[in-house]
Ligand binder design. Sequence first.
Ligand code: NAD
Length: 339
Amino acid sequence: MRQQKVENRIEPKNCKKLYRIMKRILIVGAGGQIGSELTVYLRSIYGESNVVASDMRECPALGESGPFEHLDALDTKAFAEIVSKYKIDAIFNLVALLSATGEKIPQKAWQINIGALMNSLEIAREYKCAVFTPSSIGAFGPSTPKDKTPQDTLMRPTSMYGVCKVTGELLGDYYYTRFGVDARSVRFPGLISNVTLPGGGTTDYAVEIFYEAVKNGKFTCPVPSDVYMDMMYMPDALRACVELMEADPSKLIHRNSFNIASMSFTPEIICEQVKKLVPGFTMDYNVDPVKESIARSWPNSLDDTCAREEWGWAPKWDLASMSVDMLEKIREKKAKGLL
Ligand code: NAD
């Protein structure tokens, strides 16, 4: 039955040929910005019953299209029981306190971010699972080269979020070399999506600007006008997760974690883009000092050559096409009374 489902799987739209087949996937922290879309995306590829979503909060929508388990990822026993119950062979660990929230409660950020990761890696070691845990542009710091940031470079982040991300990358590689756990990941830029609102990151403004443009025709930006940061549209990010996890392992020189990139802009640049599509749109600034200091410590743009060479990464969306699509989808929501 399981074999038949895998053979009949739907190839992801615009996704290149897959090398290795994940069969039974568990997503921890599935209720957030990435997980709520990744769950649906993975279920469309691997079959609804083969993708188990879990989170510590209730997520009714995720339970409608497949299995959902209420799970605190820090509860090692409950986590392991779910992996065993569903015969999981790949864990997507999305549990995190994000950069801006994490800076308010750094001790808790460490406890949650590293606790969930250590449980994922240990349980993966015991049950022979692959592991995907996203890293971030937040893994870099002020001493990192800012433009075309190389794959292998100085990583001295100044936020607790960044400290957790560098630690996570090192732990992923350690578990691979020491125990053979198939751990892989990418450094996500700020992710832009029209489905789930972001959960407390420094790049959230690049999503909020579209909602405010549609609702009110104006936006107050918490990040200074001149700060470049890498961003990515969610469909590219979802495809990256699958393409990396299904990549031929013999071609991977790096593992944790790959730079990936698709667009880099400042608040001023995205404001000009929105103005072209929303007549009369205006933007002013009320800079949040925590977000400013984090944003200024991050790279302007990443060099993703290694991801392109080792597993064929190539983005499909840029600022112009993403902006058109975001506004179209958010206007549809408004027309349905969902805003
Ligand atoms: P999010 O904050 O939207 O979602 C995180 C989820 O984890 C939430 O649903 C929350 O309920 C859940 N969670 C928190 N503590 C938990 C626990 N103890 N047990 C179980 N669930 C718990 O985050 P996201 O934006 O979806 O990010 C997912 C991953 O991607 C994180 O590792 C994040 O650092 C990384 N990332 C995200 C972005 C982005 O722009 N969204 C960019 C770079 C990297």
